[in-house]
Design a protein around this ligand. Structure first.
Ligand code: GLV
Length: 309
């Protein structure tokens, strides 16, 4: 009867209170006070200790607090046969669209160069093209990237996407699979990574990939640190193959104080906040999915464990 909760970030209100309001018929408990383990039917978690979810013998569903589920799937003792639901909620999507659009526009309008000019008191009238002449590429084309595409399209960027499997899209030039990656990269001046982290995408942001972008391309990674070969990013920035990088995620988080990214003049560091799950809309999604399961239906947004997302 219980929903157990293990968040990572403090929000305005305790998650337990928000979820309890949405699920009055259920007992919502914090991870450290689980009560009878056999009564735990649902888990709402970010990064539970490996093996811990297996101790709930009657678990019906695991809800990820985040859109990504790599942190859950790396648990070798994850209970089998229990569906995992990734977080899809409108405000998380909206937040990512804001982040992506802000940084695409920033690179497009060459704000880093203008900021450097200002620091040096240089009045140099930089002429930049308008959005239809700027080629933006979305690496990964799931729920988040599709919404970013909607807004970037409205701004008239020359947009393409790449995904593992073909995606139906009218407004975005679409590439897929191993064969589609090179032509996608060749045409991409601003690369936005919104891939899930899987065995297939680990380390994808590496020297070989950067070399296929046009010289002076920019990188925005709001996926996972595991996508990055970080020395290769530094090298590409230093050779000018990449003009700039916005990194929200890192191999090690928090980013260690001695990381060169903190002070690199061509890098913007943000602390894994590109978008954050919002409490009310997330709790609504969880409650709706629990109602579906209790009615004998499959939950929405389940993860394919074999694919890793
Ligand atoms: C954040 O990284 C998420 O997966 O939602």
């Amino acid at each position: 009867m219980t929903l157990i909760i293990k968040p990572d970030l403090e929000h305005d209100r305790p998650w337990r209170d928000v979820l309890q309001e949405m699920l009055p018929e259920r007992t919502c408990r914090d991870w450290d006070a689980p009560g009878d383990l056999g009564e735990v039917e649902y888990a709402f978690v970010w990064n539970p200790p490996p093996g811990a979810l297996r101790t709930f013998s009657n678990l019906k569903c695991i809800f990820s607090i985040g859109a990504g589920v790599d942190h859950l799937l790396k648990d070798p003792d994850l209970p089998e046969g229990v569906p995992i639901v990734r977080m899809v909620e409108p405000e998380l999507t909206q937040g990512m669209t804001e982040y992506v659009t802000m940084h695409v526009l920033r690179f497009h309008r060459e704000v880093p160069t203008l900021e450097a000019q200002q620091r040096d008191r240089v009045w140099n009238e930089l002429i930049v093209p308008t959005a239809p002449s700027r080629r933006v590429g979305l690496l990964g084309f799931g729920v988040l990237a599709q919404d970013s595409a909607r807004v970037l399209r409205a701004l008239d960027f020359d947009l393409a996407c790449w995904s593992r499997t073909p995606k139906q899209t009218d407004s975005v030039e679409s590439f897929h699979g191993a064969d589609g990656l090179d032509p996608f990269l060749t045409r991409t001046q601003i690369l936005v990574c919104l891939l899930p982290l899987t065995e297939a995408t680990k380390g994808i942001l590496n020297r070989t990939l950067f070399a296929k972008l046009p010289r002076g391309a920019s990188l925005i990674n709001a996926g996972r640190g595991g996508h990055q070969v970080e020395p290769d990013i530094l090298e590409a920035l230093d050779t000018g193959q990449l003009a700039g990088a916005v990194l929200d995620v890192f191999r090690t988080e928090p980013l260690p104080a001695d990381s060169p990214f903190w002070t690199h003049p061509k890098v913007t560091v943000t602390p894994h906040i590109a978008s954050v799950t919002q409490q009310r809309s997330a709790a609504e999604q969880v409650a709706a999915n629990i109602r579906r399961i209790e009615a004998g239906e499959a939950p929405h947004n389940t993860v394919d464990r074999a694919l890793g997302y």
